[in-house]
Design a protein around this ligand. Structure first.
Ligand SMILES: [Cu+2]
Length: 119
């Protein structure tokens, strides 16, 4: 194997390790949410606009919601009293809606690593 290729592979492994430690482990039974959004019977997400890659939604009302992100990923069904989580992998802002309630929507913004480093 060429020396240059070996160096590149070593760099890739380091980057992968960094990404792995930066992400929340999927093996933990209790997820560490970056932020938690509540869904209530007034058919609103609070807060409506959040920042974080690993977002949790908690239903504090008595009606169910069905969350769908604009990137096509189904966040899931949110039954009364339930908390669900979703990981956003793309940087930038993704809008999501509740398909059961018109006008019930919010956004999730995943900051770039460069942005996080500056703060
Ligand atoms: Cu809803």
């Amino acid at each position: 194997m060429a020396r240059g290729t070996t160096m590149l592979l070593a760099r890739s492994a380091t980057l992968a390790a960094f990404v792995a430690t930066a992400c929340v482990s999927s093996t933990t039974s209790t997820p560490q949410c970056s932020v938690t959004v509540t869904a209530s019977d007034d058919l609103k997400f609070t807060p409506a606009n959040v920042t974080g890659a690993y977002v949790c939604w908690k239903n504090i009302g008595s009606v169910r919601h069905l969350l769908l992100a604009d990137d096509g990923s189904q966040i899931g069904e949110l039954l009364p009293g339930q908390t669900i989580a979703h990981t956003f992998t793309a940087y930038g802002t993704t809008r999501y809606v509740c398909v059961l309630h018109a006008g019930m929507s919010g956004t999730v913004t995943v900051p770039s690593p460069f942005f996080e480093r500056q703060h």
